[in-house]
Design a protein around this ligand. Sequence first.
Ligand SMILES: C[S@@+](CC[C@H](N)C(=O)[O-])C[C@H]1O[C@@H](n2cnc3c(N)ncnc32)[C@H](O)[C@@H]1O
Length: 469
Amino acid sequence: MSDKKYSSGYRAKRKADSARLAALDVLAQVREEDAYANLVLADTLRDYGVEGRDAAFATELTYGTLRMRGYYDALIERSASRPLKELDPLLLDVLRLGCHQLLNMRVPEHAALAETVDVARQVTSDGPSKLVNAVLRTIQRTAPREWEALIKGQSDSRKATAEITSHPEWVVEAIRDALGDSSFDATEVVEALSANNIPAKVCLAARPTLTTRAQLLRELGDQGSAAQVASTSVIMDAGDPGRVAAVKDGRAGVQDSGSQYVTEVFTSIPLTGSDREWLDLCAGPGGKAALLTGYARSVGARLTANELHKHRARLVAQNLKAFSREDYRIRVGDGRTMAEHDGERGYYDRVLLDAPCSGLGALRRRPEARWRKDPRDLAELNALQWNLLRGAVDCVRTGGLIGYITCSPHLSETRDIVSQAVAELPLELVNLAPQVVDLPDALTTDGCIQLWPHRHGSDAMFLAVLRKK
Ligand SMILES: C[S@@+](CC[C@H](N)C(=O)[O-])C[C@H]1O[C@@H](n2cnc3c(N)ncnc32)[C@H](O)[C@@H]1O
């Protein structure tokens, strides 16, 4: 750190604010160590002695900056008049923090500037801190509406939408394709992407046969309200879910309302013949398994929850602790080859395949997730999804149902893989139109369900139901 006075001379050097330093440290951990911000934030705040209102400030600063990084980078690049890659990464993080304070927090402009320059000086030296001052002043001098117009006005509409909504360009393309829009800057494409910039509220699931939404609402008092989409879901408007008695004892769990809805729809599809043995092929950590066990129990069926990883199977057990051991069994194994084991082939009446996926439908939950995802991972995921689908076909009886779910709207892991399955495997698609009369904008043209944060207030969950021929 430099000992020299800040050269503009308008105030003396002073120690940078701990909340901002802590936020910067988290950004650095995310960038350098691939850390998850939500996992390292609490320890980092403790290390810097940041608590109470300062901790809330640091949290908002960290998450907001990570989320809006793409937009801030567009402004920084234009204001620094040099490519971003020529900026020191730590300095770039400082600039991003400054942008968030200037543009999206209720921090007075002079404080946003001065405090950010203090941080720059403390973690680098005088020279770079002058650059921070100059760049942030340039950003501040232009009105937010003018910045938006400037970015939207560029000829490359995919890049413009990516920058305005703060997403990688490949995600813009994926969302446009999933919505069936022809242009990258179509109103709904921008709305869908912008919805990822609004943090999701905590949602609880009232687990069937253990409690009801009405009971959960009563328990929460003025801290809860009924959520959209699923009949089991409750939004926690305030408070800590870990302190809710129903969550502590397993009658309820923290779960997105879209996840609840697709599980509810799948279990409500009528089935000819027996309906006693249900399988959750990829069950960890067990949110859907807990709903499935409840629904199964209410019709006299039993759930088998399968999971590849032992430690995740333990989480399933934790999620099912409020049910009786007769209602479920948990097994550890590979869902792709489960039918090779004694008695598993064609044994199940319903199989839920909640497949490992890109998670593009839950970007609003993890502020930095969109920057970490790589489109090259999709090919590997698609191969796994396909092999799990084949595994599910082997486990379900003729006439039985498979519910294929992803937390993603990306076509390669939703409608494309399902149409390939219908073409190549002994499966027919069940049209879900009768199940979604109250939610017609959730139905895809091929009769599947695709939820969206901007339409339904849930994660972008996908459900296709397939019947084995
Ligand atoms: C999307 S998550 C399932 C979420 C879960 N249904 C819930 O609601 O809590 C996918 C799960 O599949 C598991 N998995 C991955 N490969 C698998 C395989 N070959 N067989 C079984 N499970 C697998 C992962 O470990 C992960 O727990």
